[in-house]
Ligand binder design. Structure first.
Ligand SMILES: Cc1ncc(COP(=O)(O)O)c(C=O)c1O
Length: 461
């Protein structure tokens, strides 16, 4: 393990002591997968935990350790793990068949629910993932406008396909990351994520922009937040310039509100991409939007109007298992208070973690909106007061910096040995079934981790 400062850490030692089976599984995995991983966000030094099972808001690793889970299936599980209604729907479908290679009734119901909930969804096309949905959104926008360029915002994440793979964690100058051809990068314009005037200037300087795409609550579900005014103004200037506005609602869809960020803001994009909650915890995505754009996928319209249809296949599009889980989840979200419950619990996590930082006199903050929370570890060590911290006063680069050296890794490990699993932001997504007891455990885990970091001299106190 190339861990430097991690080698002599008591926190790391405590983690190793609790997770020997995960350690040996990780060693085995390194012989199979690059870095032993199948998803970059699951990287953790000295090794990640291997999870055996999960229930509700909790998961258990193969050493039997229990964690309050804030990965939430990378945001897919607003209903928590194994929600009984979703499970029953999936079990029922399993007995009927996992893949018909044919149209089926569930796909129609699933699509109708998307139309019912999502304001921009005049037509729907299912994909297998959010990455695919965004790829199709871009292709549709280009075909519809006859223009080539995509405007994106620095730090906003839209999956891993070529057009969106740079300017997220690196290459903010717009140069392509390895493996991406120059021609693609030349057709992407990166805008600062917090400056609508800069975006307006980009629109004015280029007459070949097909689309502008954003995470509508800001980069990484609001780790770098945007304001409602920013989004509303973007809608306005996109319309003025004939640019297709695409909301990437892969995370925010069915989470910020049943109809996503567009419902919350009252701002309707031309298209939006969906995934995660859409499929109730199984794989799935969708592109939705204006009927006149989506008709580019329509055989009859193409014949009638004489345009060349856009092709779209995908072995697992609207897979019956995903459709069954998705319908169960969306029906619960449509009729209940799922989104508002998750948001209320996240409010309480933000408040409790803020109190921990105040009490421990650590110049950190917990912030976020909706059902997400982020810990600001103050990489520049500014004098901040946790309870009055305002992320809008920070440079967007600073909000995404994870602090010096191995601090975040040790913070995460310290939280994990105290029974809570957060992402590397650091932060998490909250479900509708996290309880007040989970929130207390989370605050306690943070307090213990902060004290461990103080003991190791990583933070003052
Ligand atoms: C905002 C956003 N867009 C797109 C994606 C990509 O979705 P998928 O992982 O389903 O390809 C993600 C995944 O985390 C995401 O957070």
């Amino acid at each position: 393990m190339p861990d430097g400062a991690l080698t002599n850490s008591k926190i790391v030692a405590a983690y190793r002591e609790k997770t020997p089976s995960s350690s040996s599984r990780a060693t085995q995995a390194r012989e199979v997968f690059p870095s032993g991983l199948v998803h970059d966000s699951r990287k953790l030094d000295p090794y990640p935990i291997y999870v055996d099972h999960a229930q509700g808001a909790h998961k258990w690793d193969i050493d039997g350790n229990e964690y309050v889970d804030y990965f939430g299936g990378h945001g897919a599980l607003i209903l928590g793990h194994n929600h009984p209604t979703v499970l029953a729907a999936v079990h029922a479908q399993l007995d009927k068949g996992t893949h018909f290679g044919a149209c089926h009734e569930l796909e129609v119901r699933w699509g109708e629910l998307v139309k019912q909930l999502v304001p921009c969804a005049e037509r729907v096309r299912f994909t297998s993932s959010g990455t695919e949905a965004n790829l199709m959104a871009l292709r549709l926008a280009r075909a519809f406008t006859g223009k080539s360029k995509l405007v994106r915002f620095k730090g906003h994440f839209h999956g891993w396909q070529d057009h969106v793979a740079f300017g997220v964690t690196s290459h903010f100058d717009g140069t392509p990351t390895p493996g991406i051809v120059d021609g693609i990068a030349e057709n992407v314009l990166l805008a600062p994520p917090d400056d609508i005037e800069a975006t307006r200037r980009i629109f004015e300087a280029h007459d070949d922009i097909a689309a502008v795409m954003l995470e509508p609550t800001g980069a990484s579900f609001g780790q770098v937040p945007v304001t409602r005014e920013f989004v509303a103004e973007l809608r306005k200037i996109a319309t003025e310039h004939g640019v297709i506005l695409i909301f990437d609602e892969v995370v925010t869809g069915f989470r910020v509100a049943p109809g996503g960020a567009q419902e919350h803001y009252g701002v309707t994009p031309d298209m939006c991409s969906l995934a995660k909650i859409l499929a109730g915890g199984l794989p799935g995505g969708a592109i939705t939007g204006r009927a006149d754009i989506m008709e580019l996928l329509d055989f009859e319209k193409a014949a009638e109007k004489g345009f060349e249809k856009i092709g779209h296949q995908g072995t697992f599009n609207a897979n019956p298992m995903s459709a069954a889980a998705g319908i169960a989840a969306l029906e619960l979200i449509a009729k209940g208070d799922v989104c508002s419950k998750a948001t209320a619990t996240a409010d309480s996590i933000r408040a409790q973690l803020t109190a921990v930082f105040e009490e421990e006199q650590v110049p950190w903050a917990c912030y976020g909106e909706h059902s997400g929370f982020f810990v600001f570890t103050n990489p520049a060590n500014e004098a901040i007061t946790p309870s009055t911290f305002d992320p809008f006063e920070q440079a967007h680069e600073t909000l995404k910096l994870s602090g010096p050296g191995d601090l975040i890794t040790k913070l995460r490990l310290g939280i994990m040995v105290n029974g809570v699993d957060m992402s590397a932001k650091p932060g998490g997504v909250v479900s509708a079934i996290h309880t007040p007891d989970d929130v207390d455990k989370t605050a306690n885990a943070m307090r213990q981790a902060v004290r461990m970091l103080k003991e190791e001299g990583d933070i003052a106190g």
